[in-house]
Design a protein around this ligand. Sequence first.
Ligand SMILES: NC(=O)C1=CN([C@@H]2O[C@H](COP(=O)(O)OP(=O)(O)OC[C@H]3O[C@@H](n4cnc5c(N)ncnc54)[C@H](O)[C@@H]3O)[C@@H](O)[C@H]2O)C=CC1
Ligand SMILES: O=C(O)C(=O)Cc1ccc(O)cc1
Length: 288
Amino acid sequence: MKAGRLAAEIVGYAKSAESRATALEIGFIDRAAATAAEAVEGADLVVLAVPVGAMGAIAAEIGPHLSPGATVTDVGSVKQAVIDAVRPHIPEDVHFIPGHPMAGTEYSGPRSGFATLFRNRWWLLTPLEGHDPVALARFRSLVEGFGAKVDTMDAPHHDVVLAVVSHTPHLIAYTMVGVADDLARVTDSEVIQYSAAGFRDFTRIAASDPTMWRDVFLTNKDATLEILGRFTEELFALQRAIRLGDGDHLHAYFTRTRAIRRGIIEAGQDTSAPDFGRGQPPSGGRDG
Ligand SMILES: NC(=O)C1=CN([C@@H]2O[C@H](COP(=O)(O)OP(=O)(O)OC[C@H]3O[C@@H](n4cnc5c(N)ncnc54)[C@H](O)[C@@H]3O)[C@@H](O)[C@H]2O)C=CC1
Ligand SMILES: O=C(O)C(=O)Cc1ccc(O)cc1
């Protein structure tokens, strides 16, 4: 918003005084408020960017201080739980537009933000029934001003999709790194020294913020457990194929999954890693 001069004044609040001071120092905000309630006084737009489990408490704190006609949005990785926790605290004359930018890194805190973070990334919105289309269109064009692409869907659908493309993969990465750490035969230095790209990517993901991800799994419980159940079934089938020496099964499976990867690249959605066949992709996040 700062880089694009999309707001007259940006007021920030964070629980820690250090985060507030850093945000001011690096120019992310024009003014730091001492409380969340003070931060939202007179604001046209309020963005809730706390761990999913903290959204409800923050909403309760700011609810009585919101201006009529203001818009409240959030950036939480889970949507239905945030809606359930936040909506009761938002006055009738305030617009609530739940959202989720599909962009980020394993880093936290104000120094981890950068102006191009949302460029060419999806920003999913899960508007509530009976929402004001004018407020939605206004917010949508703001987000497009960050360079993001917007899509809308309902919250339960969002949560299942995210369980597949983000939440369960994060859990798998956490597990794989934990397994490597547990293996006495593989010393720490070997894990670090011989890390191939696949495992290195797992370690990056597994370095993500523990509070944020704890809250994601606690609040997207059903969808994550459903996808994890399917994942476990497939894993057992592959385990069995390896044990039986069933190369056809393995080959057919890997052929199917390779087609998915190629589909992502052809759709121009790969912003994660160098694609040596097609030159450098656009920079994606801090690790690029
Ligand atoms: N990091 C990422 O890659 C992405 C994160 N998200 C979502 O964005 C939200 C914020 O995540 P980040 O910006 O990465 O985290 P962050 O750690 O950089 O910022 C979180 C802020 O919330 C504050 N906070 C934590 N607990 C609080 C509480 N109980 N009450 C009041 N304030 C509290 C912290 O002081 C901090 O200022 C989360 O809901 C997360 O699911 C969404 C997309 C990507
Ligand atoms: O660091 C990564 O690779 C991410 O996957 C970032 C991310 C984390 C959480 C989200 O809800 C959306 C994006």
